[in-house]
Design a protein around this ligand. Structure first.
Ligand code: NIG
Ligand code: FE
Length: 419
C-alpha cells in the first residue's frame, strides 16, 4: 500500500464540516448539521486528504517510517481558516486617524476631508514594490499564525493604472513566496481618485477599458465599494456587468453604512459574494437568498472598530436562507486586526451566530465566497490537506477565549508548518 505522507491521530474532536450539500454553500439548518467525529484521524498523501475516520478504522499498514505523524493528543482538529476578504497590500497606517475617530469624527467625514482610504492611497503610491511586498509578507505570516491557510487579497490603494497593477502583482508574488494561498481581487473601484474628482462614472469607464483587460488571468474577482462617497448602485451595476463580460467573478462592498441596494443588485448579477451588509434590509436579503449562490460575507470587527452600533443582521440572514461567511476585512482603516477568531466571537455576540454556524462561516462558506469549495473548507477525501490542531479539547471553547489565538499547529497542503 502507498504509505500516508502525513497523519493526524488522536483528534479528540474532528470538525469535518462534512455531511451537507456539496453543490452550494451551507444555509439554514445545514450550517449546523455538519459532522463532528470524536477520537478520529485524518491521513494525507502529498497535498491531499486520503482518509478520514474514527481511530478504530485507521489502516496502520499505511503508517510507515515515511509518515509524518502529528499526535493531536485529544485536541480539536479542524479545516484551515479561509479569510475571504482582506485589503492585504498597502503602505503606512492610520493610527492618527483612529485618534480623530475616538474624538468623534466619522469614517465618511474623514474620507470626505481627503483622509481615510485616500491617505492610504498617498502612502501606497509613494511606496516601492519591494516595500509593499515586505509588508504583505509580514501580514501573511501573522495570518498564518492565526491558522489562515487561504486568503483573499484586494488591490484598491493605488487608484491609478500602474499602482493598481503593482498591487495585484504584489499579492500574487506574496502568494508564491510563502505557504498561505493568496486569491487576488481587483478593487480599483475602491473610491474615486483625486484625478477623477466628481467624475466617478468616467473613472469606472477608464478601469473597465484600460485596466481590467490587463488583469485577465491575474485577478480572479472584481470588487467595487458601493456607498455614499464612493460609487452609486447604477454605476456599480454597469461596471460589474462589464467585469462579468470579461470573465471575472464579482464581489461588492455594499450596505456598509447605508441601505442603497447594492447587495441585492450584485447578487442578481451573479456575484460570488456581497460583503459588509450591516444595513441590509429583509426584502433585499430575500433577493440574495433567491439568487441561490451568493454568499453574504459579514465583517463584525468593522462596526466595532468604527464605533458603530449597527451590525449585519446575521441571525435574520441565516433564518431567511442566505449563505453567510465571516471575515476580518483586514485593512488600515476599518479593521487593522487579522484575528479571525475574534471576528468569529463578535459574530456570536453581536450578530446572533451559533457556534457551529460561526465555524462553518470561517471555513466552508468562506471557501464558497472564493469559489474554492471543491478544494478547501472541509476535511473530506480529495480536498487539500489544510488543517489546524487547536490547543483546545472542546470546540465550544473556540468563541469563548475572546481574542486569543487557539492555534497550536498549522498544516497547509499536507505540510506541517514549523512555527
Ligand atoms: O472594507 N469600505 C471600504 N473599504 C474598506 C476600508 C478601507 C479603508 O478604510 O482603508 C472596508 O471597510
Ligand atoms: Fe473591505
Amino acid at each position: 500500500p502507498v504509505p500516508y505522507s502525513l497523519l493526524i491521530r488522536n483528534c479528540g474532536q474532528l470538525l469535518t464540516l462534512a455531511g451537507g450539500p456539496t453543490d452550494r454553500p451551507l444555509t439554514g439548518a445545514a450550517l449546523t448539521d455538519w459532522q463532528v467525529l470524536t477520537d478520529a484521524f485524518v491521513a494525507c498523501e502529498g497535498e491531499r486528504i486520503v482518509a478520514v475516520g474514527p481511530m478504530a478504522a485507521l489502516d496502520e499498514a499505511k503508517v510507515t517510517a515515511e509518515t509524518v505523524v502529528v499526535d493531536a493528543g485529544g485536541r480539536v482538529v479542524m479545516p484551515g481558516l479561509v479569510e475571504c476578504h482582506t485589503h492585504l497590500v498597502f503602505a503606512g497606517n492610520r493610527a492618527q486617524e483612529f485618534q480623530r475617530k475616538l474624538q468623534g469624527e466619522s469614517y465618511l467625514d474623514i474620507l470626505a476631508s481627503g483622509g481615510g482610504i485616500l491617505s492610504t492611497v498617498r502612502a501606497t503610491r509613494a511606496a516601492s514594490e519591494a516595500e509593499l511586498l515586505a509588508n504583505a509578507l509580514r501580514h501573511l505570516e501573522g495570518f498564518r499564525r492565526y491558522g489562515i491557510t487561504t486568503l483573499e487579497a484586494k488591490s484598491g490603494y493605488g487608484l491609478d493604472k500602474d499602482t493598481e497593477l503593482r498591487l495585484v502583482r504584489v499579492a500574487r508574488e506574496a502568494g508564491r513566496r510563502q505557504p498561505v494561498r493568496v486569491v487576488p481581487t481587483f478593487l480599483g473601484a475602491h473610491v474615486v481618485p483625486p484625478e477623477y474628482k466628481g467624475r466617478g462614472a468616467a473613472y469606472l469607464d477608464f478601469l473597465a477599458t484600460e485596466v481590467l483587460p490587463e488583469l485577465r488571468g491575474e485577478a480572479e474577482f472584481v470588487d467595487i465599494f458601493c456607498e455614499e462617497g464612493a460609487f452609486s448602485v447604477p454605476d456599480s451595476r454597469r461596471y460589474l456587468a462589464r467585469a462579468r463580460e470579461l470573465g471575472f467573478g464579482l464581489k461588492i462592498h455594499a450596505e456598509q453604512l447605508h441601505d442603497l441596494g447594492g447587495s441585492a443588485m450584485a447578487a442578481e448579477l451573479g456575484a460570488v459574494s456581497v460583503d459588509h451588509c450591516d444595513y441590509l434590509n429583509a426584502a433585499d436579503a430575500g433577493r440574495i437568498a433567491a439568487a441561490g449562490a451568493t454568499v453574504a460575507v459579514l465583517l463584525p470587527l468593522v462596526p466595532l472598530f468604527l464605533r458603530q452600533s449597527t451590525y449585519a443582521p446575521g441571525r435574520q440572514l441565516i433564518e431567511q436562507g442566505v449563505p453567510v461567511a465571516l471575515s476580518t476585512d483586514f485593512n488600515p482603516g476599518s479593521c487593522p486586526s487579522k484575528n479571525l477568531w475574534l471576528a468569529l466571537s463578535v459574530a456570536c455576540l453581536k450578530m446572533g451566530f451559533t457556534l457551529k454556524e460561526a465555524v462553518a462561516a470561517v471555513t466552508l462558506n468562506a471557501a464558497w465566497a472564493l469559489n474554492r469549495a471543491a478544494e478547501i473548507g472541509s476535511l473530506v477525501v480529495g480536498k487539500r490537506a489544510d488543517m489546524l490542531v487547536l490547543d483546545l479539547r472542546d470546540y465550544q471553547e473556540i468563541p469563548y477565549w475572546l481574542g486569543e489565538n487557539p492555534v497550536q499547529q498549522v498544516i497547509i497542503g499536507g505540510q506541517a508548518q514549523q512555527d
